[in-house]
Design a protein around this ligand. Structure first.
Ligand code: ACO
Length: 273
């Protein structure tokens, strides 16, 4: 979808989102705000498809994506109205009416997941700024980001199993990668709430700060991230994201390949000057 226009402000508002793109000399910063504060930023399928649209359409200048929430919470997760009988927009309700439509439901969920998966692509660094509740899909959105800064009032909860569901918005892999299978199992199957300090101990947060310092801490991180040259940052992120799936020897080979590319880029730049 390269070259696609960003969603309009009205489209974003209908999806419960706001977007602002700030250009700095070192690169652009996209700030995505979950903006249904009266519902603790509950998210609908429109929110996730709009997030996917944003991901496809962001200007190439953007290097950092910050996701935060307006009002008392980061996000209370899926809008429970999506489960309400008679909600014709809901893929779940369509499936309940026609259980043969498994492929349609699978495709719908794949579309929702697109709203989360792009946050890991190498060319950007994504940062979740979490305060208040991050429940279910809200917790998964925070997990979809590369880095998480929490305010000290943040509460994380993987609520899906309590509702008879599994977490399906890409959150299980980062959760297991960060806390390990046994702790992930305990968190998901008890659906207990993890406060900010415990989240820090479990490495679910890179940083925990007092609530009134959250925006400043995010800005400091963004400024520091932008200091690293764009291409080196992207290549390093790609290398690090691939590391858990490689042996030491494979990772060493990947380092060499990436470094050769870096030197080739330098050589090409020197040849042009
Ligand atoms: N979907 C729809 N509406 C919501 C949601 C939600 N996920 N969360 C909160 N709201 C609404 C409430 O119904 C309430 O509406 P009202 O003012 O019309 O009564 C309003 O937001 C304010 O919420 P309160 O419950 O009054 O606020 P409180 O501070 O007491 O609690 C909390 C906040 C903890 C977020 C609570 O609302 C809650 O538990 N919400 C449901 C969370 C949930 O189960 N999410 C689904 C997880 S699974 C998944 O995401 C796939």
């Amino acid at each position: 979808m390269a070259g696609t226009a960003l969603p309009t402000d009205d489209e974003l508002a209908a999806a419960g989102l706001r977007l602002a793109v700030e250009e700095r000399p070192q690169g652009g910063i996209a700030r995505i705000t979950l903006a249904r504060p009266e519902r603790h930023n509950a998210m609908t399928d429109r929110t996730w498809t709009a997030l996917a649209h944003v991901g496809h359409a962001l200007p190439a200048s953007v290097r950092i994506v910050v996701i935060d929430g307006e009002g008392p919470s980061f996000s209370s997760g899926i809008d429970t109205a999506m489960f309400a009988p008679g909600n014709e927009d809901s893929a779940l309700n369509r499936f309940i009416r026609d259980p043969a439509g498994r492929a349609d439901l699978d495709a719908a969920i794949a579309g929702y997941q697109e709203g989360f998966l792009w946050l890991r692509r190498p060319g950007i660094v994504s940062v979740a700024a979490v305060h208040g509740h991050a429940i279910g899909a809200g917790f998964q959105l925070a997990l979809a980001c590369d880095l998480r800064i929490l305010s000290d009032d943040a509460d994380l909860c993987m609520k899906e199993p309590a509702l008879g569901l599994v977490p399906d918005l890409t959150g299980t892999k980062p959760l297991v990668d960060i806390v390990g299978v046994n702790r992930a199992l305990e968190l998901c199957l008890t659906t207990r709430t993890v406060g900010a300090q415990e989240a820090r101990e479990l490495r679910l947060a890179e940083l925990v700060v007092p609530g009134d310092q959250l925006a400043g801490a995010v800005d400091d991180l963004v400024t520091a991230l932008l200091e690293t040259p764009r291409d080196a940052a992207a290549a390093t992120k790609e290398l690090l994201l691939g590391a858990p799936g490689r042996t030491l020897e494979e990772q060493a080979a990947a380092e060499r390949a990436a470094q050769v590319e870096r030197f080739a880029a330098w050589a090409a730049a020197a040849g042009r000057s």
